[in-house]
Every structure is written in structure tokens, then in C-alpha cells.
Design a protein around this ligand. Structure first.
Ligand code: G4P
Length: 534
């Protein structure tokens, strides 16, 4: 079945073979391990351990902060590409911690599907649920990987029930585990009638599949102990009766998730999962945009920035805009129009993220993620086209819910703080406000932990210790309206006015009452809690 390259014959083959996805999971469920095995099988890394060897120079792009190691969270998102069989996989890493929801939401706008990893002993955990909800908002198709089956795990029906009930999605088993814990021997591949046995002697080796002609095939008894075989037959009979069969359309609609059981650390079940994404897709999807949507098979190239990351390499103060290509065939050196500024940009040194190293991208297709080094022109939400004024929509911006003052630990270095904060504002890592009166900055974030991440990054990347302190303000509102009216409002409320990093006017306050009053007294002004991403 894998020879059938595409479920979408209308797409150019290079586009039809792209699979762009993210992994969502609760910390510790095995996302890093699974990523590593993907890269290993995809030939992107030579040995297991490279992704996890965080102290080395060649650690994964996704994990580059010391803090992340300490806290077990993934702070920065990045993209990795690799080939496996007929397919090109683009894995976009999602930051794991709940406090990074902004980044996570945006990352999920750049993918066509998600793999949900759950721990076989723990089932659906809080962070899994949150991320799942984000996927649901976008109707993303979800493939489920139930990990750590080599350990004591829960009853298979329990796990399936929990997903169905907790997440309100139908579950169809793509494989079925045989035995549990120490007795776990492998899985029955329900989609291809194959026996997949786990090789416990070598964690990076995958045993050959054994083709089985249904559950009555005598070959089964040669490989599976009698007691487990009996249990397998009973369970499979029940599963086929009680659980829905695989239905590609329901999967693509995001209402049915196929589940594979495996053990990432033992490389078990990983190839089946990769084959599943390849086989079922989805291929690059239509992108919503104004004034019209963008189809991946359009000849002209278009793409949008879903992430900006500064200082990826502390030796080079570069900024990389991560662009998801929405259509066309991109070639290095192309001139694209930066729609927001209407200016042409020659994309002469784009990079592809081939796991271990950044490489120059000579070409890329719809579905791919390329990195464009730039000096700050490219912002989150920006669209690039071959000239048409299209604007990709649906990239969320969040209202800053927590505000704090930020001061340089060393007053002599206050200028650097300015630069560092502007940089993070552009990355979308925080909202930064410069009050009209007084000195210092007010920083707005969505989750408390972001302050710590910022402080640690400013210290690491700029050698500048900073302090975050409580602010007298708790809410921020962007103010828009006719220029003379806004100017008059600013003059009359100087103590509450700040500018964001784009120079736009923001009203800061502690009282909802203030906001209500302004809305009542100044109908000509509009106050918004978020700023639309251009
Ligand atoms: P995360 O990125 O989702 O946070 O999880 P990660 O892959 O780091 O895995 C969390 C822990 O679970 C790691 O152990 C990892 O080795 C282990 N693990 C992953 N897959 C499996 C599996 O299939 N079976 C078993 N038994 N364990 C698995 P750790 O002790 O935290 O780290 P390490 O010392 O192994 O590096």
C-alpha cells in the first residue's frame, strides 16, 4: 500500500509526499525519545542518543537551553525534516509546558496533523488534554501513540475508553498489544494482519514483520505463547465488535484517531506509526487566507511566518523566521514579496532543518518549513507571496495576562536590555511596553513561567542579569482610532500610556472600571486586549 504515493493525485508528487506534523504530549510521555527514533529511522542522525545528549554541541535544535534540561520542558520550537520510504516528513516541535501556549498554538497552525503520545501507564494527562483541545480547534487529524508498553501498562480497553471519553474522539486500534509489562512481546498489526515482535536485545533494532493470514493462522502459535495468544484472540474479537473500523475521512476530519501501541525507547511501533502518517496522510492542506484561500498545488510560491527565533546560535546574532510554505515550488534565490511592507525580499540563504545541522535549502515545496535568516523584517503572521496581496489568517495572538516591570541588574547595561526585550517581543515570546513616563519596561506574558524563561535567556544570550518585579498595572489594552483623538487621549492619560515594540499605543491599568469608563466616554476609540497579527 505504501507504494501508492499519494491519496491526492491532483497534487504534484513532491507535494503529495510531504507530511508536516507535530507531536503533542504530556512531559515525560516520550516525545523526545520518539522524535529521536524518527530521526534515526529517517537517517537524519546516526545513532540514538544524539538528540538527548544535550550537553554536546550537536544537541537537537529543539533543546538548547540549560533551563529546559533542569525543568524537563522544551522551551523553543523548531523544525526537523527527514525522509523515510517514499515520504518527506517535516516534524515541527511543540514546546511542552502549559505556560508556552502561545508558541504552541502558533506551531500548530503550521502543521497538517499531530501525533499524540500518551504513556501506557498514565493515559490521558492534563497537558495532553490541553494540546488536544488546540488541535481540535483546528480540526487537525490526530494519530495516537501509546508508549512505554514494555512497562506495566493499563488494560488496553481502559486506555482506549479513556481517550474516547476524555477527549470525545473515536478511537480505532491500528495495532493491538500482546501481553503487558515484562510479558509484552509485541503487537498484532490490525491494518495489515502482521505480527510485529519487539526485539528486547537491541533497542535500536526492529525485528522483521511476520505476515499472518488472520487470527487462525498456525504461524501465530509459533511466535506467541499459548496463554497470550488466547487472550489476544479474545481481545481482538471484542475490539472488532466494540470499536469503530478505520475510516480515512473520519481521521482527516479529526473525529477518529488510530492508535498504535509501542515502546519508543525500544524502537518498537515507531515504523508502523511513521508508515501510518505516510499512508493516511494528510498531505499539505489548503491554507486559509484573505481575500482567498491558498491551495498547495498553486504554481506560485507563498508561505507564512509562524515563528521567529533569535539567537539560535549564540555565536551569530541572527534571527530566523520559520516559514511554512503554503503553495508552490520554492527555489533558493527567489524574490518574494513581503506582503505587510509590500517590499520584495530576495531569499538567498534559506535553511532547511535537517535535524543535526542547518543546511542551505536549494529548493522546498508546499508543506515544507524553511528558516529565513533576517534582521527583524519578518514577523510572526507575515505572508510571503510572488506578488499577490494575500494574508494568511488564523495565527493567534494572545492577551498578556500577567504584567511585570523589568529592570537591568546592572544599570550601566540598560541599553542592552532595550535590545533584548525588543528581540523577544518580535519573537512573540512576550509583549513589551515602554511607559511614557518613568524608566524601564513592562513585560506582559501569558504564563508565569515565561518570566523565568525570559530572565534566563536575557542572561544567557546577552550576558545581562535582569529583575522582574510586580507592576502597578494588571491589564493592557491597545488603543486605536482617529489619530487626533488617540493623541488627545494619550496626552490626557500619560501615566497610563505605553508604546509596544511597534510604537503602537497601549493603555495600562489595574481596574476594569477604567476600561469600561474609557469605552463609555470615548466611543471614537477602540480598546482591544490583543493586537491582530499582521
Ligand atoms: P518527553 O520528551 O515526552 O518529556 O519524554 P522523554 O522522551 O524524555 O522520555 C521520558 C522518560 O521516559 C525517559 O526516561 C525515557 O527514557 C523514558 N522512555 C521513553 N520511552 C520509553 C519506553 O518506551 N519505555 C520505557 N520504559 N521508558 C521510556 P528518563 O529516565 O527520564 O531519562 P533517561 O535517563 O532514560 O534519559
Amino acid at each position: 500500500m505504501l507504494d501508492r504515493l499519494s491519496n491526492a493525485p491532483e497534487l504534484p508528487p513532491e507535494i503529495a509526499r510531504r507530511r508536516t506534523f507535530a507531536i503533542i504530549s504530556h512531559p515525560d510521555a516520550g516525545k523526545t525519545t520518539l522524535t529521536e527514533k524518527f530521526l534515526l529511522f529517517g537517517g537524519a542522525i546516526q545513532m540514538a542518543g544524539q538528540v538527548r545528549a544535550k550537553g554536546e554541541a550537536r544537541r537537537t535544535r529543539s533543546d538548547f537551553m540549560a533551563m529546559e534540561k533542569d525543568r524537563g520542558i522544551s522551551v523553543s520550537a523548531s523544525a526537523m525534516s527527514f525522509d523515510y520510504r517514499n515520504f518527506r516528513y517535516n516534524l515541527v516541535d511543540t514546546p511542552g509546558h502549559s505556560d508556552f501556549s502561545e508558541d504552541t498554538y502558533r506551531t500548530l497552525t503550521a502543521v497538517d496533523a499531530a501525533i499524540m503520545v500518551i504513556d501506557g501507564a498514565k493515559g490521558v494527562e492534563s497537558q495532553t488534554r490541553k494540546l488536544f483541545e488546540v488541535c481540535r480547534l483546528r480540526d487537525l487529524p490526530i494519530l495516537t501513540f501509546c508508549n512505554k508498553m514494555d512497562r506495566e501498562s493499563r488494560d488496553t480497553f481502559d486506555i482506549v475508553d479513556e481517550i474516547q471519553e476524555n477527549l470525545a474522539i473515536d478511537v480505532t486500534p491500528a495495532s493491538w498489544p500482546i501481553g503487558r509489562g515484562r510479558e509484552f512481546v509485541g503487537c498484532y498489526d490490525m491494518l495489515h494482519d502482521r505480527l510485529e515482535l519487539m526485539d528486547r536485545s537491541d533497542r535500536n533494532r526492529v525485528a522483521e514483520s511476520i505476515k499472518i493470514a488472520g487470527l487462525d493462522d498456525p504461524k501465530l502459535a509459533e511466535h506467541v505463547p499459548a496463554n497470550l495468544l488466547e487472550q489476544l484472540r479474545e481481545e481482538l474479537e471484542m475490539a472488532r465488535e466494540l470499536l469503530p473500523p478505520f475510516d480515512r475521512q473520519a481521521f482527516l476530519d479529526g473525529t477518529l484517531t488510530p492508535i498504535w501501541f509501542g515502546s519508543a525507547i525500544n524502537s518498537f511501533g515507531v515504523k508502523e506509526l511513521m508508515d501510518g502518517i505516510g499512508e493516511f496522510g494528510p498531505e499539505p492542506q489548503v491554507q486559509s487566507a484573505q481575500p482567498r484561500q491558498i491551495s498547495p498545488d498553486e504554481k506560485k510560491v507563498s508561505g507564512f511566518v509562524f515563528k521567529v527565533q533569535a539567537n539560535m546560535d549564540p555565536k551569530h546574532r541572527d534571527r530566523v523566521a520559520f516559514v511554512r510554505l503554503a503553495s508552490g515550488h520554492f527555489e533558493r534565490g527567489m524574490k518574494l514579496t513581503h506582503v505587510r511592507s509590500k517590499k520584495p525580499m530576495a531569499i538567498s540563504n534559506p535553511v532547511l532543518f535537517l535535524a543535526a545541522d542547518r543546511e542551505l535549502a536549494e529548493e522546498a515545496w508546499a508543506g515544507d518549513i524553511i528558516g529565513i535568516p533576517n534582521h527583524g523584517q519578518l514577523r510572526i503572521g507575515d505572508t510571503l507571496t510572488e506578488g499577490e496581496a494575500l494574508r494568511v489568517t488564523g495565527i493567534p495572538s494572545f492577551a498578556p495576562e500577567l504584567l511585570q516591570n523589568c529592570r537591568a541588574g546592572d544599570p550601566m547595561k540598560a541599553k542592552h536590555l532595550d535590545k533584548a526585550l525588543m528581540q523577544f517581543a518580535e519573537e512573540g515570546a512576550a509583549k513589551v511596553f515602554k511607559p511614557m513616563l518613568g524608566s524601564g519596561f513592562i513585560v506582559g506574558v501569558v504564563g508565569q513561567l515565561q518570566f523565568e524563561v525570559l530572565a534566563s535567556r536575557i542572561e544567557m544570550e546577552y550576558g545581562l542579569p535582569v529583575r522582574f518585579e510586580p507592576s502597578q498595572f494588571t491589564s493592557a489594552r491597545w488603543v486605536s482610532g482617529p489619530k487626533d483623538k488617540v493623541d488627545r487621549f494619550v496626552q490626557a492619560n500619560k501615566g497610563h500610556i505605553a508604546q509596544d515594540n511597534d510604537g503602537d499605543v497601549v493603555f495600562l491599568t489595574r481596574l476594569q472600571w477604567d476600561i469600561d469608563r474609557i469605552e463609555r466616554d470615548h466611543p471614537e476609540l477602540t480598546l482591544t486586549a490583543t493586537k491582530e497579527m499582521m
